[in-house]
Design a protein around this ligand. Structure first.
Ligand SMILES: CC(C)(COP(=O)(O)OP(=O)(O)OC[C@H]1O[C@@H](n2cnc3c(N)ncnc32)[C@H](O)[C@@H]1OP(=O)(O)O)[C@@H](O)C(=O)NCCC(=O)NCCS
Length: 138
C-alpha cells in the first residue's frame, strides 16, 4: 500500500539516525538543544522533499511546538521520525518525533518533538505552488 507521496507503507523508519558525541554537548554535559533542532530541521526536510522532489527547493519558514521532554546523553543513538501533517498551496508541515536509545541499555525514550513548516520556493526565493509538474526545476 502506498501513501500520498508514492512510498510503500511499512514499519516506521526514521529519516535520520545518529550517535551524538562529546562535541555536541552544552555546559551541563548533556546534548545541546541546538544540535537536536538542527537534525530536526534536516529530518523534516527529508520528509518534505517527498512532496517536492529534487531539484525543487525548500526553505524552513517556521519551527513550532518544539518540546524537549528528556535530555539526550553522549553516546545515545538518536532517531528522527517524520510524518507529513499538511500539504498546503506552497508549504508542507512535518511532525518530527525524536527518540533516544540510551547507551546504557536502559531502553528508548521520546526526547523531543516539533512541527516544522517548509515553503517551496523558486530560484528568487519566492513561494511557488507545490505540484509534481511545477516542483521539478522550480
Ligand atoms: C519562506 C518565505 C519565502 C515565505 O514568504 P512569505 O512572504 O511569508 O510567503 P507567503 O505569505 O506567500 O506564504 C507562503 C506559505 O508559507 C506559509 N507561512 C508563511 N509564514 C508562516 C509561518 N510563520 N508559519 C507557518 N507557515 C507560514 C503560508 O501559510 C503559505 O503556505 P500555503 O501556501 O501552503 O498556504 C520567506 O518568509 C522567507 O524567505 N523566509 C526565510 C526562509 C529561510 O531563509 N529559512 C532558513 C532559515 S535561516
Amino acid at each position: 500500500m502506498n501513501d500520498i507521496s508514492g512510498r510503500t507503507a511499512g514499519p516506521r523508519q526514521p529519516a535520520i539516525r545518529v550517535v551524538l558525541m562529546p562535541k555536541d554537548t552544552n555546559a551541563l554535559g548533556t546534548i545541546f538543544g541546538g544540535i537536536i533542532l538542527s537534525y530536526i530541521d534536516q529530518a523534516g526536510a527529508v520528509e518534505a522533499h517527498h512532496h517536492v522532489p529534487l531539484p525543487g527547493r525548500l526553505v524552513t519558514v517556521a519551527m513550532r511546538e518544539v518540546v524537549f521532554h528528556s535530555p539526550v546523553f553522549v553516546g545515545d543513538l538518536v532517531s528522527f521520525f517524520t510524518e507529513t501533517l499538511r500539504v498546503g498551496r506552497t508549504s508542507v508541515t512535518i511532525q518530527v518525533t525524536v527518540e533516544a536509545e540510551r547507551s546504557t541499555g536502559t531502553g528508548r525514550v521520546k526526547v523531543t518533538e516539533a512541527e516544522v513548516v517548509y515553503v517551496h520556493v523558486d530560484r528568487n526565493n519566492q513561494p511557488v505552488p507545490i505540484s509534481a509538474k511545477e516542483a521539478v526545476g522550480a
